[in-house]
Design a protein around this ligand. Structure first.
Ligand code: FAD
Length: 564
């Protein structure tokens, strides 16, 4: 068996290494057009920011080390130019010499990755306008920074754009971040992404949302003048284009392999393309979304690596199935972490999937243990309780909550199962009721109709007869409350129920959604039927409605009492 791999990074090298472990006698050739194989592309932003100062730390292997340890024939600087699926040959060009040759194969693996989306605007070819995908890319960016660059423009506030923004700030540059969507991290729901936007603003980044790049031009001394869609101009010493990626499948298209409308390679259960002797893995392929079953593209390292392994398993008779993909992802943005798994609420909405959402803000570990910090968690689930997705922002421990929920989604668990999960606990790490358990409790309460929630969007067309009830303390109320709200602290509620009309909707709120839930339970059991609690409290509301103006001053009830 001779297996040839095109693309020697995540998916391709994962295939090659697994193939060797399964078939000692196979001939395995890896063709990689760039100078490096098996390098840590996920580490590139941290090298840009000098957190990983040693460039060599990113280069995990060389063709020589791979030949020694795995007997692989790895050819860097060798670009596949064309595939002949009938003859089972590849036309290859050695970039160093220009020599072209044909390489035969029995099985071919395409792990050609993704290409950055380059906005179709004038000036993208200027020398100070770069992308970040490869080691040479990071070398070029570092060279621009080292040339006393002072101002960077980053186009795109997705994962790579945000990592690069932090890196450039760390290197002392002023950064303007431009994003076409009305929020950073467009894969998250807007209220969850808002805390990352605040983190960026706090770190001195100029964030320009709902704005796109219109043109770029040389403005002298290597400076680039960028014109934005709102007519404003930004002068930058370097421009980083991080506007997303598209599947790199030009070779596959020319060979006649089946692609979807976005150009992603179509593969079957065993990662075989429309030509069964050719496998496709990684960023180049279309995958199946684990939540909705829809075809999607998920350009992440974990799925690429596992697909490479699965393709090798299939080729060498070990089954090897492609798995549905959750899109579990995480990013650190200065002092805050944002993580997501499964479907966002906006994705569920646009797919027409019935769902509920709850928000909560528990501490990441026991509040009495020093350093506790709120974790902002959103859980999405189906009316039958199946977990559909989750997003979290916060500090330490954000990753583990999302990883636990990712595992729960794969296991098709329900919110009741989350409530019942037994998770590691000691005060420095969590709480006896972990945030994941709490999310399960709240969601289970909602499904059992022991809790009903309201969301910020309802304020705009609120029933004029509804009562807005603020159950925080009088001091919290006077420091800022929703206009027109009545304040009855939840500790006084049982004695003051007579102040609240029984036959109209009551929208209760507090800071995080906990005290309003307690109040709701008191009122429901005292005969109020139309009581709902604000999901995530004011903490979520202020992220959902950033322009929301709170009223200051004395609690209405206290004032009324004073006037009597
Ligand atoms: P790649 O790893 O991109 O490899 C494709 C290779 O194919 C390339 O080296 C390319 O040169 C080669 N190639 C293409 N065409 C040819 C040809 N004709 N001939 C020869 N060679 C060819 N994912 C995460 O999950 N977490 C992260 O933190 C993360 N951070 C990232 C940071 C950066 C800066 C980048 C760029 C990506 C990051 N990713 C991250 C995404 C992750 O790296 C990719 O999803 C993953 O590498 C995809 O693997 P792949 O094998 O499909 O493609």
């Amino acid at each position: 068996m001779k297996a040839v791999v095109i693309g020697g990074v995540a998916g391709g090298m994962s295939f090659a290494a697994r193939a060797r472990r399964l078939a000692e006698d196979a001939e395995i050739v890896v063709l990689e057009r760039d100078p490096y194989v098996s390098y840590a592309n996920c580490g590139l932003p941290y090298h840009l920011g000098d957190e990983i100062p040693d460039r060599d730390a990113l280069i995990l292997h060389t063709p020589q080390s791979l030949a020694r340890s795995l007997a692989l024939d790895v050819r860097t600087g060798h670009e596949a130019l064309a595939i002949d699926p009938v003859e089972r040959t590849i036309l290859v060009r050695d970039r160093a010499t220009g020599r072209q040759y044909h390489e035969a194969y029995d099985a071919l693996v395409l792990s050609t990755g993704a290409a950055p989306v380059i906005p179709p605007v004038p000036g993208v070819g200027l020398p100070s306008v770069r992308v970040l995908r490869t080691v040479p890319d990071v070398d070029a960016l570092r060279a621009l920074v080292d040339r006393a660059a002072r101002h960077a423009l980053v186009v795109g506030a997705g994962f790579i754009g945000l990592e690069a923004t932090e890196a450039l700030r760390r290197r002392g540059l002023a950064v303007t971040l431009v994003e076409l969507a009305a929020q950073v991290l467009p894969s998250l729901d807007p209220e969850m992404a808002r805390s990352i936007e605040l983190e960026l603003l706090g770190a001195g980044v100029e964030v320009r949302l709902a704005t796109s790049l219109a043109s770029l031009r040389e403005a002298g001394d290597g400076t680039v003048a960028a014109e934005l869609s709102d007519g404003s101009q930004v002068l930058a010493d370097l421009v980083l284009l991080a506007a997303g990626v598209r599947p790199e499948t030009s070779l596959a298209a020319a060979a006649g392999l089946a692609l979807n409308a976005r150009g992603a390679l179509l593969v079957d259960q065993h990662l075989r393309t429309s030509v069964p002797s050719i496998y496709g893995v990684g960023d180049a392929i279309e995958v199946v979304d684990a939540v909705c079953g829809a075809p999607v593209s998920v350009p992440l390292a974990g799925p690429a690596s596992r697909q490479g392994r699965a393709a090798a398993d299939h080729l060498f008779g070990r089954g090897g199935q492609r798995s549905p993909v959750l899109g579990t992802a995480i990013v650190r943005v200065f002092g805050t972490v944002a993580a997501t798994t499964g479907r966002s609420e906006k994705a569920l909405r646009s797919a027409g999937v019935a769902h509920h959402a709850v928000h909560l803000h528990p501490n990441n570990h026991a509040g009495y243990f020093p350093g506790a910090r709120p974790l902002h968690l959103k859980l999405l689930f189906a009316p039958d309780g199946r977990v559909l997705g989750a997003q979290a922002t916060g500090g330490e421990g954000t990753d583990k909550r999302i990883d636990v929920i990712a595992t729960a989604i794969r296991a098709r668990m329900t919110v009741g199962d989350l409530a019942d999960l037994e998770l590691a606990y000691a005060p420095p790490f969590g709480s006896a009721k972990d945030p994941v358990n709490l999310a399960g409790f709240i969601a289970s309460n909602l499904l059992a109709e022991d809790l009903s929630v309201w969301r910020g969007g309802e304020l705009a067309d609120m029933d004029p007869g509804a009562v807005l009830l603020d159950v925080r303390s009088a001091a919290e109320f006077s420091s800022g409350h929703l206009p027109g709200a009545l304040n009855i602290p939840h500790t006084e509620l049982r004695g003051r129920l007579g102040e609240i009309a029984r036959d109209c909707p009551v929208l209760v709120y507090c800071a995080s959604g906990f005290r309003s839930y307690l109040a709701l339970r008191v009122m429901r059991q005292s005969g109020w039927t139309q009581v709902r609690s604000l999901s995530g409290g004011l903490s979520t509301l202020q992220l959902e409605l950033p322009g929301l103006a709170l009223e200051l001053g004395e609690p209405a009830a206290t004032l009324a009492a004073a006037l009597r």
